[in-house]
Design a protein around this ligand. Structure first.
Ligand code: SF4
Length: 56
């Protein structure tokens, strides 16, 4: 479910639709929620960054 980024880090892989491979397309919930990466844990649902992503 991960891949190397252009900067040498490890990131969640995106599918052709541009969304994370771990996202359940039917429920729009994370399918690995209990084991999600730290960056996802730091990302506050409904926060400014979240709302900007949703708007985009
Ligand atoms: S919480 Fe993280 S791992 Fe889960 S679907 Fe969203 S981006 Fe992917």
């Amino acid at each position: 479910m991960t891949e190397a980024s252009a900067w040498g880090g490890t990131v969640m892989r995106r599918l052709d639709d541009g969304w994370c491979t771990a996202l359940n397309r039917d429920t729009l919930l994370c399918s690995i929620y209990a084991e999600r990466p730290g960056v996802c844990r730091d990302y506050q649902m409904g926060g400014a960054e979240c709302m900007a992503e949703r708007a985009a």
